[in-house]
Design a binder for this molecule. Structure first.
Ligand code: SIN
Length: 375
């Protein structure tokens, strides 16, 4: 750890000196989408796979001036070269190249960054010289980005998202081990064709099923409906199962010509719900679809449901999901007849991703219901 913190501080200082950036300049830079190739020339080994690390920010790239602090830090500060240099052991697993796609707190993730990321991954993986991609990402919206990529990446080569619950400056920071595991997973031949994966705290999760289930603990990721997809021990990869729904090369979603995604928002349902106001406002603002985080098995408060029904008659598409992060939501026969769509086992944030992509193909609720059944 001592070595890691010292190495981190030296590299930060060097980068600061070389770039001559003031901290204000660095701050404004981090709001932009940036694409910088790691300029370092490496001695590529023919025996090792070639893995590209795409950095987007998050706590794994977070920093604060106290080693005991795991809250109140700034996410998305440290650059991709620093992340790579902090874990020299990854060079034993693969030839590594790094690129900075963004450097943000993942709470600020946008559709625009998703599209940039997906297109870059598809370009990289179409190159026979690239064997896999690792994406460093904030944990807060990691499950959404992972599921989006799971549906739009057009390759069987491994794509792994990784982050950290503790900033890079903390005692027992989890980022270095997680990054090592992510590279081991992306470099493993058995990872081919498994779709997009998340590597956190030695566990492998499928992008289809994974969810963040703890606000602070390092063991923050689980797949409530399916269990872990596998486990990583000392760089060795063990798979328990492969995802059974279509993804990547079997998915029909294609973002190659898209500059934006249809607007979809999420509404919460709760006692004494007054969010008919919110539903109307969202539609006026251009929303094409709403996912309701319903109570229980997707129930929607009757005031809200009445408001939604009026909006649905004018083309709004509504998916029922649940506030409960476990189980399945199906629309009942009457609601289904009206056009409500059950999210099945997709939580609201993931149902939003699928609904946006579905709306790139059709506005017909019956067809969108079939898409939810399939994916
Ligand atoms: C973020 O999601 O960017 C911050 C929190 C984290 O990475 O754990």
């Amino acid at each position: 750890m001592k070595y890691f913190i010292q190495a981190f501080m030296v590299v930060c200082a060097l980068i600061g000196l070389m770039s001559g950036c003031s901290s204000d300049e660095k701050k404004s830079e981090k709001r932009e989408i940036v694409q910088t190739k790691n300029s370092k020339t490496q001695n590529k080994s023919q025996d090792k796979p070639n893995i590209v690390i795409l950095a987007t920010g998050g706590t794994i790239a977070g920093s604060i001036d106290s080693a005991i602090k795991t809250t109140g830090y700034e996410a998305g500060v440290v650059g991709v070269d620093v992340l790579i240099n902090a874990v020299p052991q990854i060079h034993n697993l693969a030839n590594i190249q790094g690129e900075q796609i963004a450097n943000i707190d993942s709470a600020d993730m946008t559709n625009e960054i998703w599209l940039t990321l997906a297109k870059r991954i598809n370009d990289l993986l179409a190159d026979s010289a690239v064997d896999g991609v690792v994406i460093t990402h904030g944990t807060d919206t990691m499950e959404e980005s992972a599921f989006f990529l799971h549906l739009v990446v057009k390759s069987d080569k491994p794509v792994v998202l990784v982050g950290a619950m503790r900033p890079s400056t903390a005692i027992s920071a989890d980022g270095p081990k997680n990054l090592y595991n992510a590279v081991a997973l992306a470099a493993n031949a058995d990872s081919q064709g498994k779709g997009v994966m998340v590597a956190m705290n030695d566990r492998i999760q499928s992008a289809r099923y994974v969810s963040k289930t703890h606000t602070l603990n390092v063991d923050a990721f689980a797949s409530p409906n399916s269990g872990d997809m596998g486990y990583i021990v000392d760089g060795k990869v063990f798979f328990h199962y492969a995802p059974n729904k279509p993804h990547t090369t079997q998915s029909t979603f294609d973002v190659s010509a898209l500059e934006s995604l249809p607007r979809v928002d999420i509404l919460y349902s709760y006692a004494n719900d007054g969010s008919s106001v919110a539903a109307q406002a969202l539609v006026q603002a251009g929303t094409k679809g709403i996912v309701v985080a319903g109570s229980g098995a997707g129930s929607i408060h009757k005031y809200q449901k009445d408001a939604l029904k009026k909006l649905m008659k004018n083309g709004l598409v509504v998916v029922q999901s649940s506030r409960i992060n476990n189980g399945i939501v199906l629309a009942n026969d009457t609601d289904s007849e009206f056009g409500f769509i059950g999210s099945r086992d997709l939580n609201p944030q993931k149902a939003r991703v699928l609904l946006m992509l579905a709306l790139t193909q059709t506005n017909d609720p019956r067809e969108i219901n079939e898409i939810f059944a399939r994916y």
